[in-house]
Design a protein around this ligand. Structure first.
Ligand SMILES: NC(=O)c1ccc[n+]([C@@H]2O[C@H](COP(=O)([O-])OP(=O)(O)OC[C@H]3O[C@@H](n4cnc5c(N)ncnc54)[C@H](OP(=O)(O)O)[C@@H]3O)[C@@H](O)[C@H]2O)c1
Length: 289
């Protein structure tokens, strides 16, 4: 099944493209190669590639910038999703839209499942929710995959886990927020999970995160430095209110799936601690001292 990956240059794309490419013909397209907020850019790609499946990973993911620059947030996460959904429908292909647990307001006291009702707290979450709605409105053949706090990509990525490992050799103490809880999820596992989803499940909306007990960023950071052979005590807890960030963060961003465990071929992702260990040892070796 010929697959195009939009937003292939990001963290998820870095791990998803090789996995997908080893199973089916895959065309990765970076932001420079296809801008999803441009109808002509998207139309050109569909005319040239004639995909059967489209993986829409492209997103404006800087949550604080989304809060102050609405054009940045909505042009990609909402309008871009709409443009892609219309192109997919017209072409007869199917698509996967990667969404976020940030579509919920975080007031629940337990992980969100697919039957909870979205009510985003910040502009990033709202723009992703509008993206979901555009997919549902304009494209019949879709899977929407809401996922959690991603880790993965290469050692040069400056995302949370790699950033903590870089700081650990420079700082004596690193303050990390402990009052928000999420589901850490490895992009390599997510790539495999999405593949299995498209093989075995009907179209619809699914939550897909690694297993294991949900964690705060503080706990994720402590686990990260412990795996790297440092004392976890270098990580000290703080509150989100200690940082004056533009975007409010949901207190609860953990998720679980009520739907992926149903059926003949359930999709379950490994415990996040197991995957974090594999990722750090296999991919971030150059950051370990
Ligand atoms: N990271 C997380 O913790 C997390 C959690 C839940 C859901 N998600 C979702 O998972 C997906 C992948 O996230 P990620 O962490 O891999 O994000 P990422 O590293 O920020 O990658 C996103 C990619 O999209 C590209 N992009 C931005 N605007 C675009 C546009 N208009 N047209 C085409 N490409 C564009 C970016 O390119 P440039 O950098 O060149 O602009 C970047 O390569 C996103 O949909 C995100 O919303 C992420």
């Amino acid at each position: 099944m010929k697959t195009i990956v939009l937003g292939a240059g990001g963290m998820l794309g870095t791990d998803l493209v090789p996995f997908w490419n080893s199973r089916t013909e895959t065309v990765p397209l970076t932001h420079r190669e296809c801008d999803i907020s441009s109808r002509s850019s998207v139309a050109g790609v569909f005319t040239r590639e004639k995909p059967e499946l489209v993986l829409l990973l492209a997103a404006a993911t800087d949550v604080d910038r989304c809060q102050i620059d609405h054009r940045y947030a909505y042009s990609t996460n909402s309008a871009g999703a709409e443009i892609v959904a219309q192109a997919v429908e017209l072409s007869g292909a199917a698509m996967v839209y990667i969404s976020s647990i940030a579509v919920f307001n975080g007031e629940k006291n337990s992980p969100y499942d697919e039957y909870d009702i979205p009510s985003p707290l910040n502009t990033y979450g709202l723009s992703k929710f509008h993206g979901e709605q555009a997919i549902r409105t304009f494209c019949h053949r879709h899977w929407i995959v809401r996922t959690g706090w991603l880790f993965g990509g290469g050692a040069r990525d400056m995302k949370f886990v790699a950033r903590i490992l870089r700081k650990v050799s420079l700082d004596h103490e690193i303050k990390v927020v402990r009052d928000c809880v999420g589901s850490p999820t490895y992009t390599g596992d997510l790539a495999e999970g999405i593949f299995n989803l498209t093989q075995n499940f009907q179209y619809g909306t699914y939550h897909m995160v690694n297993g294991g007990v949900p964690a705060s960023r503080y706990e994720l950071a402590r686990e990260t430095v412990s795996i790297a052979g440092h004392s976890p005590n270098i990580i000290q807890p703080c509150l989100s209110s200690d940082f004056n960030l533009p975007a409010p963060r949901p207190r609860m961003e953990a998720a679980h799936s009520m739907k992926l465990i149903l059926g003949d071929n359930p999709v379950t992702l490994p415990d996040w601690k197991h995957s974090l260990k594999g990722y750090i040892n296999n991919t971030l070796g150059e950051l370990l001292s």
